[in-house]
Design a protein. Structure first.
Length: 133
């Protein structure tokens, strides 16, 4: 996977994963291919940022016992209401969501669509990691 940076406001990390398993006891080969894209974006520095991730997965076996596709999407937006400072908490407001779509071509009863949405309010601790006192 490679990361692309664009003016420090957007980073993209595309990925591809290929897995193949050969089971000699049942004479079956199975394959999984996953394509992904992760991104982080800054809309307004130190005030508003977000992320968007998507992955597509395809699994199949030579004997047709496995054949499914999965789509996963995750996104988040974070608004930094008050920045954490020395000896003071900061506060963030966030909105995030996820969507998963599993399409099973062999056992269709396993086909499933799910989604969730979250609204969060977080206290942020001041950080001095990597700095000398």
């Amino acid at each position: 996977s490679n990361m692309l940076l664009m003016e420090q406001r957007l980073s993209l990390a595309p990925s591809v994963r290929f897995d193949r398993t050969e089971d000699l006891t049942v004479n079956q080969d199975s394959t999984a291919i996953t394509y992904g894209l992760q991104s982080v974006m800054v809309f307004k520095p130190e005030k508003l940022d977000g992320s968007f991730d998507v992955s597509v997965n395809h699994n199949y076996a030579t004997d047709s016992s496995i054949s499914n596709n999965t789509l996963s999407v995750n996104m988040a937006v974070n608004w930094h209401l008050i920045q954490a400072q020395r000896n003071k908490f900061g506060f963030d407001l966030g909105l995030s969501g996820m969507y998963n779509d599993l399409n099973d071509n062999v056992t269709t009863i396993n086909t499933l669509n799910t989604y969730q949405v979250f609204l969060t309010f977080s206290a942020v601790l001041p950080s001095r990691a990597g700095q000398a006192q």
